[in-house]
Write a protein that binds this ligand. Structure first.
Ligand SMILES: [Zn+2]
Length: 308
């Protein structure tokens, strides 16, 4: 039984202009590096399905789904927020990204894959219950989490988010849902400029100052996330896997390196093995400079699939 690798060619057709950092090449850079590192050989490839309205509706207001669909331009770009644009292919790409999280959940909960990594874009963790933004249209991990809870009947699911930006969309959707524990580290005073005050008792938000580095990140995980996760005893863990806290990524200033992503993935897998039968679904979020992105994803996936 091999770990699942889920992606789709549609994810590379969405683009927001030639100079936009959230670019189609991210998908290919990651895939190529996983291939070169020999990691894809140990994974079962799947095409991401299109998420259905019913699946999206578990995390989003239906009017939000319809509003995003209504924005699809026939040609050129439609602006969604100051940083977020749609081209004619963006809606299908967004449905594939959310659909990947749903398929990953099905495979892992049914025992058809021990873990899954979704190499998809657009990312999702800034998409709120009824709002797109921050390069995100639908909240992929939240759609997967609600699928695990509402369709598969799981009772406790954790979300961990190590993107340099706070997952405000995930917090908006999941705060107050006692079936979910969300643990997040993020750089303070950075987009989306929130997270310092958790919006619910099921939120463990740890803001880190710019340039605080690897030690501060690891302390936050060891002293903030792990005790909360152990007390919660999740039956499954989702990862909002953003790699823009890397030292070579100019989107943030936390100064992490590949070894930190390898380390945090090992910490997450230890929790998953203690409580969740090792069941983990990881979905790509940020990470914008292609070389450190690809290297960091490989470090993450290597531990995720147990090839370390
Ligand atoms: Zn980010």
């Amino acid at each position: 039984m091999l770990p699942a690798y889920i992606s789709h060619p549609d994810c590379s057709k969405h683009e927001m202009g030639a100079l936009h950092p959230e670019c189609p090449d991210r998908i290919a850079a990651i895939r190529d590096h996983l291939l070169i590192k020999g990691l894809l050989e140990f994974m079962q490839p799947h095409d991401a399905p299109l998420a259905t309205e019913e699946q999206l509706g578990r995390a989003h207001a239906i009017h939000h789904v319809h509003e995003v669909a209504a924005l699809i331009p026939e040609s050129g770009y439609a602006q969604v927020d100051p940083d977020t644009w749609m081209n004619p292919h963006s809606y299908r790409a967004a449905l594939r990204s959310a659909g990947a999280a749903v398929l990953a959940t099905d495979l892992v909960v049914r025992g058809e894959a021990p873990v899954a990594f979704c190499n998809v874009r657009p990312p999702g963790h800034h998409a709120e219950h009824d709002a797109a933004g921050g390069f995100c249209f639908f909240n992929n991990v939240a759609v997967g989490i609600r699928h695990a809870l509402d369709v598969h009947g799981l009772e406790r699911v954790a979300l961990v988010d190590f993107d340099v930006h706070h997952g405000n969309g995930s917090e908006d959707i999941l705060c107050g849902d006692a079936r979910v524990l969300m643990c997040s580290t993020f750089e303070t005073n950075l987009y989306p400029f929130c997270g310092d005050e958790p919006r619910g008792p099921n939120m463990v938000n740890i803001g880190l100052a710019a340039r605080s580095g690897s030690d501060a990140f690891r302390e936050a995980v060891d002293w903030g996330w792990i005790p909360a996760l152990d007390a919660f005893r999740p039956q499954m863990i989702f990862i909002s896997a953003g790699f823009d806290a890397h030292r070579e990524d100019d989107m943030g200033n936390l100064g992490l390196v590949e070894a930190d992503y390898e380390w945090v993935t090992r910490r997450i897998m230890e929790v998953a093995n203690r409580h969740a039968g090792g069941r983990v679904v990881s979905c790509l979020e940020g990470g914008y400079v292609l070389s450190p992105l690809a290297r960091s994803v490989a470090a993450h996936v290597k531990v995720l699939i147990g090839a370390d």
